[in-house]
Design a protein. Structure first.
Length: 77
């Protein structure tokens, strides 16, 4: 699911820039729907992401993108 979110974000950025080769890039995208992490595992990754951001290891844009990807993986029953 994270790869789908990342691919979607990439598509959106290309559309905003008006990238001519956009359709060709869509054919090259591979989405792997492997085993899904549990919500607890995802929340651990989110906590680690917050620690890395607080320590200055990530800029705001990277933090926001990674957080959105992780949050998109959370399953609601």
């Amino acid at each position: 699911m994270a790869k789908k979110a990342k691919a979607s974000a990439k598509r959106d950025r290309k559309l905003e820039k008006g990238d001519e080769g956009y359709e060709d890039d869509l054919e090259d995208e591979v989405v792997d729907d492997g085993p899904k992490p549990s919500n607890d595992q995802i929340m651990e990754k989110v906590a680690d992401l917050h620690r890395r951001y607080d320590d200055g290891q990530l800029d705001l844009d990277s933090f926001d993108e990674e957080r959105a990807n992780l949050m998109a993986q959370i399953s609601v029953d």
